[in-house]
Ligand binder design. Structure first.
Ligand code: FES
Length: 174
C-alpha cells in the first residue's frame, strides 16, 4: 500500500491529504531518541543520543550521572576503566584526565564526557578540556561536548566515546 492509499484509507481527502503527504520528515531534521532511565535505578540517567540524517554525522556523547546500582559488568568494548576515588582531577566539575589516548572530563556535576586525545586537525595528542569545551593546544581547535568542531581547525570534529559509571568506577567504551 502506498502512503497515498494509506492516508486515503484513514479518511484524508483534498487539502488535508496534500498536507499529510507533504509533511514528511525533512532530511536535515534531527532525530532525538527518548531519554532512557533504568527502571531499577533512581540515579542512573543515560542522555539521549542525537544524530542528523544528512550533512554529516553527529553523535551526542553518552553521559552518565552517578548511581549506585549500575551494572558495569555487562559493558563490552571497554577502552578505559577509571577508579573515581583515586582520580582526583575528576572530582571537580571542569576537571579532566588524559590517559591511554583518551580525555575524560567531568563536564557538569556527575556527568562525564570522554573523547579521543588525538586532534582531528593533525594527529597530535594535544586535546584537553578547557572549562566547557575540548581544546587542542597545538593550533587551537575547539570542540563542543558532542565532538562538533567550533572553529576551522576543529572542522573535522572529535571522536566521542560512551561513558558509564556506578559512582565508583567509570568505564569508557565504544
Ligand atoms: S593539531 Fe590540533 S589544532 Fe592543529
Amino acid at each position: 500500500m502506498t502512503r497515498y492509499d494509506f492516508l486515503k484509507s484513514l479518511g484524508f481527502t483534498g487539502a488535508a491529504l496534500m498536507a499529510a503527504l507533504t509533511s514528511c520528515v525533512h532530511d536535515d531534521d534531527s532525530v532525538v531518541n527518548a531519554l532512557t532511565i533504568s527502571p531499577t535505578d533512581s540515579g542512573t540517567i543515560t542522555q539521549p543520543t542525537t544524530s542528523t540524517t544528512s550533512s554529516g554525522t553527529t553523535t551526542q556523547p553518552t553521559s552518565s550521572t552517578t548511581g549506585s546500582s549500575t551494572d558495569l559488568s555487562t559493558i563490552t568494548n571497554r577502552l578505559l576503566t577509571i577508579n573515581l576515588s583515586t582520580a582526583t582531577a575528576l572530582k571537580t566539575v571542569g576537571g579532566y584526565i588524559a590517559q591511554s589516548g583518551i580525555v575524560v572530563a567531568q563536564v557538569s556535576a556527575g556527568t562525564y564526557v570522554a573523547v579521543t586525545q588525538t586532534c582531528s586537525h593533525e594527529p597530535q595528542k594535544a586535546i584537553i578540556f578547557n572549562k566547557t569545551v575540548f581544546y587542542c593546544t597545538k593550533h587551537g581547535a575547539r570542540f563542543d561536548l558532542t565532538g562538533k568542531g567550533l572553529n576551522s581547525f576543529g572542522s573535522r570534529g572529535l571522536t566521542v566515546y560512551k561513558v558509564a559509571t556506578d559512582g565508583t568506577t567509570l568505564i569508557v567504551y565504544s
